[in-house]
Design a protein around this ligand. Structure first.
Ligand SMILES: Nc1ncnc2c1ncn2[C@@H]1O[C@H](COP(=O)(O)OP(=O)(O)OP(=O)(O)O)[C@@H](O)[C@H]1O
Ligand SMILES: [Mg+2]
Length: 297
């Protein structure tokens, strides 16, 4: 795997205002790098801040503090939070996004949906657009459905079209928010296969936000585990798999036992034991003061 950093996130902090007007922290100093060509899975329980992080990374939300730097072909380094409108627009063209729902326009056909980014963000001749759209639909096995409306498609088919649209401008980085959400296990596995296939063919870097562990372990090269807006651990898939498959007494720290519980979806463990709950902050703080990442990354 190439070791060129394409996205560097440092000390990202984000909070939202609650009904009482108080700022509630959601991201509390998130840092990680994504490397060229890899699939990086960002995982964690519901409400831990995954979508908030993703929305900061794609420029939909402005964080309170921190740095987001892209190193993308043809653009060089872009400091996303300090870039001007023009540079941000150029960056957005290099980023593909598959939203949770697929986010297709219901009044447009499949082909028109995929053509949309090409019409909006490029000066390509309409005849060429038709050819690119056909190629993109072929890549996700949806060409025979090109004239259908989204309402005539299954959930998995909508995801495929969303994927074709996300890759329309040949992005350098693809973001996915919960790609398997709402799909049956077989369809979900087939979307995973397609994501891996596209990532290899297009040499794209993929950032996938998910809480589906089966999917995460199928597609990831590396993983970042978030909890309560902080990075619990950042490592390779094999490193996470070793913790998942270990017997809890064999694990080296409370932090690893906590991650083990997450990965296995166990109802018992440091996260949910009443005693463990009281210890939770201590585990995190202890974990941060000792080791946060594995290996050389
Ligand atoms: N626009 C907003 N205004 C106020 N609070 C928000 C907003 N967006 C998210 N939050 C809060 O931030 C926290 C993190 O939400 P986020 O959607 O990032 O979680 P998530 O990890 O994506 O969860 P899920 O797995 O359920 O999608 C939650 O407590 C949520 O209520
Ligand atoms: Mg979410």
């Amino acid at each position: 795997m190439a070791e060129r950093v394409v996205l560097s996130v440092r000390d990202l902090v984000m909070s939202f205002e609650n009904d009482e007007g108080e700022r509630v922290p959601v991201l509390q100093g998130v840092s990680f790098d994504a490397y060229s060509g890899e699939t990086l899975v960002i995982m964690g329980g519901s409400g831990c801040g995954k979508s908030t992080l993703l929305n900061c990374l794609i420029g939909e939300l402005r964080p309170d503090a921190g740095e987001i730097r892209y190193h993308v072909d043809k653009l060089g380094e872009v400091d996303m939070l300090r870039a001007g409108a023009e540079q941000r627009e150029e960056l957005r063209k290099r980023i593909g996004i598959l939203f949770q729902s697929g986010a297709l326009f219901n009044s447009l056909t499949v082909a028109e949906n995929v053509a949309l980014p090409l019409r909006e963000h490029s000066y390509v001749d309409p005849a060429i657009i038709d050819i690119i759209v056909a190629m993109k639909l072929q890549q996700v096995y949806m060409l025979p459905h090109r004239d259908k409306l989204p309402g005539q498609l299954s959930g998995g088919q909508k995801k495929r079209v969303g994927l074709a649209r996300a890759t329309a401008l040949d992005p350098s980085i693809l973001f996915y928010d919960e790609p398997s959400a709402g799909l049956d296990p077989v369809t979900s596995a087939s979307i995973d296969m397609l994501m891996m296939d596209l990532s290899a063919k297009l040499h794209v870097t993929s950032l996938v936000v998910t809480h589906e562990m089966d999917s995460a372990f199928r597609i990831a090269d590396r993983m970042v585990m978030l909890d309560q807006g902080r990075v619990l651990r950042n490592g390779t898939k094999d490193e996470f798999a070793a913790i998942r498959d270990a017997r809890p007494p064999a694990l080296g720290s409370d932090l690893e036992r906590l991650i083990h519980q997450f990965l296995n979806g166990n109802s018992r463990g440091p996260l949910t034991d009443s005693e463990g709950m009281c210890e939770y902050e201590k585990i995190l703080n202890h974990g941060f003061s000792t080791t946060v990442t594995w290996g050389s990354n």
